[in-house]
Write a protein that binds this ligand. Sequence first.
Ligand SMILES: [Zn+2]
Length: 443
Amino acid sequence: MTPVETLIECRWAVPVRPAGALENHAIAVDQGRIVALLPSDEARRRYQPAQRVELANHIVTPGLVNAHTHAAMALLRGVGDDLPLMRWLNERIWPLEKALVSEEFVYDGTRLAAVEMLRSGVTCCSDMYFFPDACARALRDAGMRGVVGIIAIEFPSAYAADAEDYLRKGLATRDALRDDPLITFTLAPHAPYTVSDATLARIAMLAEELDLPVHMHVHETQHEIDGSLAQHGVRPLARLDRLGLATERLIAVHAVHLNRAEVDLLAERGASVAHCPASNLKLASGIAQVAALLDAGINVAIGTDGAASNNRLDLLGETRLAALLAKGAAQDAAVMPAAQALECATLGGARALGIEPAVGSIEVGKQADLAAFDLSAPEESPCFEPVSHLVYSSDRASVSDVWVAGRHVVRARQVVTHAGDALSGPVLAPIAAWQNRARQHLK
Ligand SMILES: [Zn+2]
């Protein structure tokens, strides 16, 4: 018998790679990594676990990867509902951020978002926001994996004075957290309309030099494209290409408005798209042509965007919406089948973020980032085919257990600290004060 830290026995394991579900399988975890995925009866003969977790009526998947969010904006959930993007930004979000954003705001907001995401089966998020150092600290304190954006934008904030200052501070944060096992980084220029040519060219150089992905809002609205044509004489993606950013490192967030040549360009360069369907619908930006992206072979990841434009950080719900919208928009039910949608929500995100060797599937040697969905509730019954059940029937309320790097961070739907205490109390404590401050500025 081989000793291991944890043996998770489940009704179905859905490894994502290969596609499909394995019935009555067990996952052996040791020192944070997956050491075996095998039939449960065989696992009991081979492994002596310090902890055995029996999930008799559950599906276990790789932890979901939220490929685009602004976690701290959980504190602005529901602010500026029913406004289009530019009014939402100009009239609500930017004035409120100017008044409220601080290191404490980002820490408290990110921790709130982390608890919501973990309870939704999300084990890793790719974030873009001010004070990335506070974001990284909050994710780590919640026990969640994070790919933190080194944000760059031309306008000043409480965090930084100008684009140069944003980059300098973000890179210093990256240096300080170089050895953190749960945190990696992207370069995160906000959007083509908020970042100058000089800054974008510098970021293209840094991406090469430091081997970092570039996480950026791209072609979100028609307004963005019209503005670029007026100001630069070209569409945003052509400008990014000219500045050396249309590469395999690019994570084009949204990519709602792409013409055929732009889809081909992204495919040819090996760029990824972070598809955020709920945010695109809520801000009335449009519907990304996911069928065309997938058909061209583009790596599609799924993101929630921030809670101010969604208003949920529910990646499973987002995955269902992505699959349904892709079919409806293409008028083809075969587009984005459930297994492909789940792959986008796990491996697709990991691939875009440069962490595919570590996470995104249940494979031996990878980090044990796992989510368990309990199918005991009447609305989860019956289950004929676990993968499509997950995507079309299941709900984040069914998430019972979550592991990040082998640590059991959600138990019986509770996010717990290293000491085993429930995290929701301390996370909720400062929220009312932030809400009051936001209300004062909205008057
Ligand atoms: Zn966004």
